[in-house]
Design a protein around this ligand. Structure first.
Ligand SMILES: [Zn+2]
Length: 370
C-alpha cells in the first residue's frame, strides 16, 4: 500500500501502544534490540527474542490505531493513482497472486494435505478472493473468506464466489462455527448450509505478520478448524530479508514459526523457504503446512526455549541476499526467475479479466456490496 508523500502524520501516543516485557510467542525474557522502523515521524523499535528468534514490534501499536491507519491509507491510494496505472498495478498483483496460488497447491500436493473434494477452505484476509477461489476450483472445494474491506469482500463474493463469513477475525470468533458434530466428524460433508461447520483448511497468505494479537488468530483457528484440519501459511522470511514494515508487527523465521505452532499443539508437516515466484536465488518466503492434533496441547512442545538463538543464520541469510542484490548475480536471478516461474497464459488472461471487472465496478466504491 502506498501513501501520498504529503500526507499528514498519524499521531502515535502512549495510549495507542502495547508494551511487552516478554516474547509474545515463547514468553521468554531474553530480548535484544533489532531494528528501528521510521514511518513518517513515528519511530517503532523491533526486538528479537533470543530463545525463539521472533522479531516483533515493541511496543506495538494497538488494533484501533491500525484501523485508523488502514482507513486513511485506503483513501490516499485511491486518490493518488491514475486509473490506468492503477489498472496495470492491479493486473501485476493479480498475476503474482495466481503464481503464488500455484505454489500453494503444489505445496499441499507434495505433502498429501490437499483438502477433500467438497471440503471447506477459509482464507483470513482474502482480499478479492482470487487465491482462495482458485484453490477451491483446483480441489473442487468450497471457498470461505474473512475480509475487512467492504469493497474487496463484495468482489470476493460476486466475482470469485467466496462466501464471506465476517469482516474481521474478532467477529469471526464471536460468530463461531455451527456446533453440529456431523461437520466435525465428516470432512467434506456436502449436506451443510453455507455458513455452518468447521474448515478442512485455513489459509493465511501474507497475513499472519500483519496482526497485532496472535492469540486472537489461534483462537479463531481453534474454533474454526476441524480436528485433523490443516493450516497453510505464507509469510516473508526474515532470515534473509528485513520484513520490518509499518504493517508488520511480526517478522517470522523458521525457528519462531516452529515455536508458535508447537505451542498451540500443531504438527508441522512442512516448512520451507523459497523465493517462488519472485526470486530463484533468494528464499524470500516461508511456506508452512501444519496439522491440528486431536486435542490442543498434545503435540510435542518446541524444546528450543532453553537454547539461545544467536542469529548466525540470520547474518548468513542477509549476507547472501545482499551478495545477490549488489553483484551481477542479480541479473542471473532475474533470468532464472523468469525461466522457472513465468506466469502461464491462463494466469495472464484471468488477471486481465479480473482487473477489468474491478475497474468497471470500482466506480460503485464502497456501495458495491448490495
Ligand atoms: Zn520467543
Amino acid at each position: 500500500m502506498n501513501f501520498a508523500k504529503n500526507a499528514p502524520a498519524i499521531a502515535l501516543g502512549a495510549d495507542d501502544v502495547i508494551p511487552r516485557d516478554h516474547c509474545p510467542v515463547c514468553a521468554g525474557g531474553d530480548l535484544v534490540a533489532y531494528e528501528k522502523l521510521t514511518f513518517r515521524e513515528i519511530t517503532i523499535p523491533y526486538q528479537r527474542c533470543r530463545a525463539c528468534d521472533l522479531v516483533f514490534m515493541n511496543p506495538v501499536p494497538n488494533q484501533a490505531w491500525y484501523d485508523r491507519l488502514y482507513g486513511q491509507a485506503f483513501w490516499e491510494t485511491k486518490s493518488a493513482k491514475a486509473a490506468e496505472a492503477e489498472d496495470l498495478a492491479r493486473q501485476k498483483q493479480l498475476i503474482k497472486e495466481l503464481q503464488r496460488t500455484k505454489k500453494l497447491c503444489a505445496t499441499l500436493d507434495a505433502v498429501g494435505c490437499a483438502p477433500p473434494q467438497g471440503g471447506r477452505i477459509l482464507e483470513i484476509g482474502c482480499a478479492f478472493g482470487l487465491i482462495i477461489s482458485t484453490i477451491a476450483d483446483h480441489y473442487q472445494a468450497r471457498a470461505f473468506g474473512v475480509e475487512p474491506s467492504e469493497l474487496a469482500a463484495g468482489f470476493a463474493e460476486t466475482l470469485s464466489g467466496v462466501k464471506i463469513l465476517a469482516p474481521t477475525i474478532e467477529q469471526l470468533n464471536e460468530a463461531g462455527p455451527r456446533s453440529d458434530e456431523r461437520f466435525d466428524d465428516q470432512p467434506g460433508d456436502k449436506t451443510g448450509d453455507q455458513t455452518g461447520g468447521r474448515m478442512d483448511l485455513i489459509l493465511f497468505s501474507h497475513v499472519m505478520e500483519n496482526v497485532v494479537d496472535l492469540n486472537i488468530v489461534f483462537e479463531a483457528i481453534e474454533k474454526w478448524l476441524a480436528p485433523g484440519g490443516v493450516v497453510l501459511m505464507e509469510t516473508p522470511n526474515s532470515t534473509v530479508q528485513n520484513s520490518t514494515h509499518i504493517y508488520h508487527p511480526y517478522c517470522f523465521s523458521s525457528a519462531s514459526l516452529r515455536h508458535l505452532y508447537g505451542k498451540h499443539g500443531f504438527e508441522i508437516v512442512s516448512l520451507r523457504a523459497s523465493g517462488r515466484p519472485s526470486s530463484a536465488l533468494i528464499p524470500r518466503y516461508l511456506t508452512l503446512v501444519a496439522r491440528r492434533g486431536g486435542t490442543t496441547g498434545t503435540a510435542a512442545k518446541s524444546a528450543t526455549s532453553a537454547n539461545i538463538h544467536g542469529g548466525l543464520d540470520r547474518r548468513i541469510g542477509h549476507g547472501w541476499r545482499q551478495t545477490i542484490k549488489r553483484t551481477p548475480l542479480k541479473y542471473l536471478d532475474r533470468i532464472l526467475t523468469g525461466l522457472m516461474y513465468a506466469p502461464d497464459r491462463s494466469a495472464r488472461r484471468r488477471a486481465a479479466e479480473l482487473a477489468r471487472a474491478h475497474g468497471d465496478g470500482g466506480g460503485n466504491g464502497e456501495n458495491h456490496r448490495a
